[in-house]
Design a protein around this ligand. Sequence first.
Ligand code: MLT
Length: 392
Amino acid sequence: MQMADRLLKTPPYPFAELARLKREAIANGVDLINFGIGDPDTPTPDFVVQAMQRAVENPAYHQYDETDIGLPMMLEAIAAWYAKRFGVPLDPKTEILRLIGSKEGIAHLAWAVLNPGDLVLVPDPGYPVYKVSTLFADAESYAMPLRPARGFVPDLAAIPSDVADRAKLMWLCYPNNPTGATVDLDFLAEAVAFAQKHDILIGMDLAYSEIYYEDDCVPPSMLQVPGAKEVCIEFHSFSKPFNMTGWRIGWACGNPDALAALNKLKSNLDSGAFLAIQEAATVALTTDTTAYFRDLRARYRRRRDLLVDGLNAAGWQVEKPKGAFYVWAPTPNGMSAADCAMKLLQDCGILATPGSAYGAHGEGFVRFALTLPATDVEARIAEAAARIQATF
Ligand code: MLT
């Protein structure tokens, strides 16, 4: 059988590779501590599960999702949540589109808005899907380095003007996967002005919007910037805030033309999203979640502090991330990312992602996801720190 050239050029999805390493280690009897994929270990909250149990009994939901852009009740709930959370009004008829998880929308945007040979500005390190979807659309990526000295924020002024003029799409993600960096509205305003000047669509990935650790860095939406709806499509997920990774539901919002293009593509590819899930997602957004999010953030903050303090006690030099649930750790003693990840796996029974899986500028880092499956996660993190302290 022939495999398409585009797939031959595509590296394996890093988390499929990690899943394989995980299976192998467990089969070999390793007591594995798994900091691999960012997949919340705590269950979906009861109020969402119960809503789903009720919704799934509705026979009208057993058929195709024949709505145009999503279940109206969910679109209304998204608009109301968005207005409350970000102070931005969204028209539920034209400015929102349901997705089968934000990864699906992010991946498909390339086919909806790019022509072969177009240029895409991609953060490096960055979520691998930005670059791979660019490749699938026969377009080219231009790496925007995210450097520690700049707080893992790209230097837009350093992008050559011919590159900026050629670019059609730019990806950004804050709170950031994989670095945990956050940005303020000033940077988002700079990005919008840059996009307006060079006629670029911004794909803003806000999957981690509710996971942050300081009250003075509550993640903003890019759509808070005046004029942003002209240049921005923003991607949101239920997976990370509501522990719903397996459910596959998210949304895009912002520029109506970009949303319409994405919807045209999607309507030829998929058949919407299970309507019962859209009703349960509605309940997620319309329930009072103040206490739920306070607990969620406190839980990840305790894990973050345990791991970072433990790594630093082993002589690593790691800063505490301000958002998302990843610790982006410089490798000790100048080790390569791959060597460090391999040593963690082979000598400590710890699975972490080599930073190089996120791009060339991820070299010299490993990423620990704070979502490890265990009955007592904090005890497992303490155990991981002890193993690292004994080994490195
Ligand atoms: C990650 O670990 O980077 C994410 O969980 C992957 C994803 O969201 O697809």
